[in-house]
Design a protein around this ligand. Structure first.
Ligand SMILES: Nc1ncnc2c1ncn2[C@@H]1O[C@H](COP(=O)(O)OP(=O)(O)OP(=O)(O)O)[C@@H](O)[C@H]1O
Length: 307
């Protein structure tokens, strides 16, 4: 399957994102990122043809979206919205079984193969022991998995998820992201999802669709991250205007930790100070002296009188 956006402009009365291009194919995991209100959900709704684009074209397998009716789109794309209404009186098994009905009228009796497939999905999501639980008896993580199960039962070649990791703890975030990646790779599907936990989510994504300043930037994740250094610089956490960071020569983790430590504890102009991580200690080069610090406590002492 392929999804292509060509010169697409999306929005409501006025454009939110103009003339964006993007191309995805089977097996791709793509993360949509951008600040609140930039148009991530709007982009998802436009791809689902729930709202019209202002201009440009969307192609699903080379066919213009406008040529497909809603049922044809549902057979190609399954969607999981984070704010899904939870039909509490249904069980996990009911919800996942519903996914099958996009292919049949509601009165249709499901085939044995369909029921087997539902069981396999329940098994693969680790939901076997919860299959007869009502949806309101589930933890957020398992509820999210049940909605993903419904999308899987639809057997579409593409699944779109709007903020699937919201409300989940770290363990469940990892589990859901891992699951999505495995689905894309093992079942050759396109997975397109938005996330605010993008620092974690980017690790699982082959491609990124970044919405910024009314534009859409798309490509291989690492290319987008390199081209938009604001996404990876620790200075995204700049909360103190007085703070000017020193020069830091260290691996990513040490660099990020030192940055946040200094900003919190020494919110001064440190641009003439140099920090070098020497594997087990920090070398600190100050204006007229050089010091060694074994830990952050030592750094505090070294810089206590720095002006
Ligand atoms: N039906 C609508 N009519 C008019 N404007 C809308 C409509 N729905 C959303 N908007 C506006 O469009 C903008 C983008 O909204 P959207 O929900 O797509 O952003 P988002 O990037 O998903 O945000 P968030 O990260 O907060 O979920 C917002 O300013 C929102 O108020």
């Amino acid at each position: 399957m392929t999804l292509e956006l060509k010169n697409i402009t999306i929005g409501y009365s006025k454009p939110l994102v103009s003339e964006g291009n993007m191309s995805l194919e089977s097996g791709d995991v793509c993360l949509i990122i951008g600040d609140n209100g930039v148009g991530k959900t709007t982009l998802i709704k436009t791809i689902l043809n729930q709202i019209p684009s202002i201009s440009g074209h969307i192609f699903l397998d080379k066919i213009t979206l406008n040529q497909l009716n809603s049922s044809e789109i549902a057979q190609k794309i399954a969607v999981v919205f984070s704010k899904s209404d939870v039909p509490n009186h249904f069980t996990v098994k009911d919800l996942i079984t519903f996914g099958k009905y996009i292919h049949y009228p509601y009165y249709f009796k499901l085939k044995l193969t369909d029921l087997q497939e539902v069981s396999e999905i329940i098994e693969s999501l680790g939901l076997k022991e919860y299959e007869n639980f009502k949806l309101n008896q589930l933890s957020d993580g398992n509820l999210q998995k049940a909605f993903i199960g419904r999308a899987l039962a639809q057997n579409t070649q593409m699944i779109i998820l709007d903020e699937p990791t919201t409300h989940l703890d770290e363990k469940n975030k990892l589990m859901i992201l891992n699951l999505m990646r495995n689905i894309a790779k093992n079942k050759d599907k396109i997975i397109l999802f938005s996330s605010h936990d993008w620092r974690l989510a980017k690790e699982f994504s082959d491609k990124i669709c970044l919405l910024k300043n009314g534009r859409l930037f798309s490509g291989i994740s690492e290319d987008i991250l390199l081209q938009h250094s604001d996404l990876t610089k620790p200075s995204v956490y700049q909360f103190n205007p007085e703070f000017v960071p020193p020069q830091i020569f260290a691996p990513e983790l040490e660099k990020e930790l030192l940055y946040s430590f200094l900003q919190k504890n020494i919110p001064k102009d440190l641009k003439s100070v140099k920090f070098i991580w020497r594997n087990s200690f920090w070398e600190i080069i100050l204006k007229n002296k050089q010091e060694k610090a074994n830990n952050f406590q030592d750094i505090l002492v070294s810089l206590a009188n720095y002006h």
